[in-house]
Ligand binder design. Structure first.
Ligand SMILES: Cc1ncc(COP(=O)(O)O)c(C=O)c1O
Length: 422
């Protein structure tokens, strides 16, 4: 099998510089005009663009290597299986999981959390027991637990945040001391950009006997994650926010926990032996991967992981923080702008409202300037309620964004204010 090209732009010689133009050259979608303006893509928190290496790997897989996995004795099935399991090993290394069997491929963060809620939660929770969340969770880290609470009689408890968008740690510690069975926390907030002190949150929760799930959807594109050092029980992320394909994601779970959990879905792949009387389930991780998996998605995700790892997450973080600080500073110079989410530790997101302008109108005007931002509640309605706004404008950064693009955003906001006479 000839392997497709899958390395990122070569790192700068001194290992410190970051050649953003070279990175941009790897992303075909960035080089287009929208409404006759050069595209400025500031919506990577919703979904990131894909480098040529990922597009090429998925295409190469379908052109040369596709067959179903794990079952065939023929050459193509063996190639597909090797590619799929190779991607699992890349995900293992990326998270520093102890074993590849702790990496379960799922559709994305949403499915990962639903899997844990239904497989772990449904069999472990009793009426009156608590599931502790935070006020800044994405709906996909709220609704699965609400469903579980409805099924078991368990209760949700919510750790509040302050007006900077930081968890009130004293209140979190007090709620943890009440002995919740499950604690589910986002690593990085998708609506505010807050980086939560998950090390401390995990150790408090584990000391109180809870199992801990970390929603890493917004963390893995920006921060190096080590699940063994964190000592969380579960960690979830989506491929499409990590410059990989849609429809693929990862649930990391500690082996002993995954072993003890019942399957989430039944079907092919997840069994060893089936009769009409009973079924013997397959070993990990296949027990949780019923049916034909998203093989091409996993292949693309593996290459996205290679791409980001080759760039180096530390260098990525330095670059993104520079653009983030620049954006925060430029927005602060404008009148009539309220920044929402001013935590000390933030990653790659600026969220704001413009006095006198609905965020959707602002988003539409910016779109006509070729600037893609998100305007809405960002699937975090409780965050909007906290700040007393229906929605915000959110500009979210990726590895390819530049200070010049922030200048264009600021000019675009000026146009919005001029148009609405505010
Ligand atoms: C923090 C967070 N959690 C979960 C999700 C859900 O991810 P997905 O839709 O890929 O399952 C998102 C997506 O925006 C997110 O930002």
């Amino acid at each position: 099998m000839s392997a497709p090209r899958h390395t990122a732009s070569a790192p700068a010689a001194n290992g410190r510089d970051y050649d953003v133009e070279q990175v941009r050259a790897d992303f075909p979608a960035l080089h287009q005009r929208v409404h006759d303006k050069p595209l400025i893509y500031l919506d990577s928190a919703a979904s990131a663009q894909k480098p040529e290496a990922v597009i090429e790997a998925v295409s190469h897989y379908y052109r040369h290597d596709h067959a179903n996995v794990h079952r065939g004795v023929h050459e193509l099935s063996e190639r597909a299986t090797n590619a799929y399991e190779g991607a699992r090993e890349k995900a293992r290394r990326f998270l520093n999981a102890r074993a590849a069997c702790e990496i379960v491929f799922v559709r994305g963060t949403t499915e990962a959390i639903n899997l844990v809620a239904q497989s772990y939660g449904r069999t472990r929770l009793a009426a009156g027991e608590e599931i502790l969340l935070t006020e800044m969770e994405h709906h996909s880290n709220i609704v699965p637990w609400q469903l579980l609470a409805g099924q078991t009689g368990a209760r949700l408890a919510v750790a509040p945040m302050n007006d900077d968008g930081e968890i009130e740690m004293a209140e979190y510690a007090r709620l943890v001391a009440r002995g919740p069975k499950i604690v589910a926390v986002t690593h990085v907030s998708n609506s505010l950009g807050t980086i939560n002190p998950v090390d401390e949150m995990i150790s408090l929760a584990r000391a109180a006997g809870a199992i801990v799930l970390i929603d890493g959807a917004q963390a893995v594109p920006h921060l190096a994650v080590d699940v063994q050092a964190l000592d969380c029980d579960f960690y979830a992320f989506s491929g499409h926010k990590l410059y990989g394909p849609t429809g693929i994601g990862v649930l990391y779970g500690k082996q002993a926990l995954l072993e003890a959990m019942p399957p989430y879905q039944g079907g092919g792949e997840m069994i060893k032996r089936v009769t009409f009387e009973d079924t013997e389930y397959n070993d990990l991780p296949h027990k949780f991967e019923a049916g034909t998996p998203n093989i091409a998605g996993a292949v693309g995700l593996g290459v996205a992981i290679d791409y980001l790892s080759d760039l180096g997450l530390e260098r990525v973080a330095r670059h993104e923080n520079d653009v983030l600080e620049y954006a925060t500073g430029r927005l602060a110079e404008l009148s009539g702008i309220r920044q929402i989410g001013t935590a000390r530790e933030r990653a790659s997101i600026v969220s704001f409202s413009i006095d006198g302008v609905h965020p959707h109108d602002a988003g539409t005007v910016l779109d006509h300037e070729g600037i893609a931002v998100r305007a809405g509640h960002h699937c975090a309605m409780p965050v909007m309620q906290h700040f007393g706004v229906p929605a915000t404008v959110r500009a979210s950064l990726g590895i390819y964004n530049t200070r010049e693009e922030i200048d264009a955003l600021i000019a675009g906001i000026g146009k919005v204010q001029e148009l609405f006479g505010v």
